[in-house]
Design a protein around this ligand. Structure first.
Ligand SMILES: Nc1ncnc2c1ncn2[C@@H]1O[C@H](COP(=O)(O)OP(=O)(O)O)[C@@H](O)[C@H]1O
Ligand SMILES: N[C@@H](CCOP(=O)(O)O)C(=O)O
Length: 321
């Protein structure tokens, strides 16, 4: 459960008094998530999500995330809409943290997606890329290849205690990725963390996308790679080609991948696996004392990285020939 900051009743009431969204009926810390503190907030007007922004979210980036969600919602994408207070501001401070209130989205996050879910997710991802194409703000990806060596430096000394040989494997792979990382791919707004817990479904249809706090400006195909990794592996660690085919077909039904993106997909999958292995490894080794959080397994992504080392062509990930 991710609640790093406990909110007291009287602080919440004072915070809510600056909004026009009624008074508190109930609020409750949310079990899912690892980055920020989230509460379900039920008021006399409606249900909301109250977020207190924690460690990895830079305060100077918050206006980017807020404006992006407002932009995407205006373009018809079903994402949380930050609510403005009476002063017309969506960002405030609560319990010593920057905080915002967003609209509550209906739907269920599917833990074990089928190929049909993967297809719907692919199409939703492409729609997000198109909806963000006229968003004017830029935010470089702070967790892309330039950041990985520094991230690993925070964990290297203990990496082999997590898994024998992890240090050597990671250093070798970082070197290979440095040499092979593509440049000049079609870029724009990407979500950069569209895992199954951040996509809601009603029936087989995507009903909402949440958690835009890693969103940034980067290659669209890198976002596709993140989703292939998050959605198309089975619990036994095998890659499910049928799910890969569905995800890529769904994506391409809305936005076709260019030849350069197709060529780069295998290395982007390796890089994306590296990025999540590294942040998970750092978090695994640094759980804040007293925090209610369940860190995620870095070795899941070490195994995905190992699968991708043998992939030579996007066909092996499900791209139609
Ligand atoms: N707008 C929303 N509508 C409904 N539920 C939400 C919304 N935002 C967050 N949640 C719930 O809170 C959980 C954690 O949110 P998330 O943004 O993923 O947190 P974190 O940034 O800490 O990973 C989600 O898994 C979901 O259950
Ligand atoms: N998706 C990341 C961790 C970030 O968690 P989220 O709750 O913000 O999606 C991972 O799985 O490593």
């Amino acid at each position: 459960m991710a609640v790093y900051t406990e909110v007291q009743d009287e602080d919440l009431s004072a915070f809510l008094a600056t909004y026009d969204i009624g008074t508190v009926l109930s609020y409750k810390g949310i079990a899912e998530g690892v980055e920020n503190t989230n509460y379900f907030l039920h008021t006399t007007v409606a249900s909301y999500i109250l977020t207190l922004y924690e460690k990895r979210v830079k305060e100077t980036d918050l206006p980017f995330f807020i404006d992006l969600m407002q932009h995407l919602a205006k373009k018809g994408l079903n994402c949380p809409l930050p609510v403005n207070n009476r002063k017309g501001e969506a960002l405030g401070r609560l319990s010593g943290r920057p905080a915002a209130i967003c609209t509550f989205l209906e739907g269920i996050a599917i833990r074990r997606p089928t190929a049909q879910h993967c297809g719907a997710l692919g199409a939703a991802l492409a729609k997000l890329h198109l909806a963000g194409s006229d968003f004017e703000r830029v935010r470089p990806n702070a967790l892309s290849i330039d950041a990985w060596a520094l991230l690993f430096a925070q964990a290297e000394a203990q990496a082999d205690n997590v898994s024998a040989g992890l240090s050597r494997r990671t250093l070798q792979e970082l070197k290979a990725l440095e040499a092979e990382w593509p440049a000049g791919l079609p870029s724009g707004i990407i979500h950069a963390d569209l895992f199954t817990d951040n996509v809601f479904f009603i029936g087989g249809e995507v009903s909402g996308l949440i958690d835009f706090y890693f969103a940034c400006t980067d290659a669209f195909a890198y976002d596709v790679a993140i989703c292939l990794n998050a959605w198309c592996f089975e619990v036994d660690g095998s890659f499910n080609l049928t799910k890969g085919q569905a995800l890529l077909a769904g994506y391409q039904s809305v936005r076709r991948l260019e030849p350069g993106e197709v060529e780069a997909l295998p290395v982007l999958c390796r890089g994306s696996a590296m990025r999540f292995m590294l942040t998970r490894l750092v978090d695994w080794l640094n759980v804040p004392p007293g925090a209610l959080v369940r860190p995620k397994d870095p070795l899941e992504y070490d195994r995905k990285l190992n699968f991708h080392r043998h992939v030579k062509h996007a066909r092996e990930l499900g791209l139609a020939a």
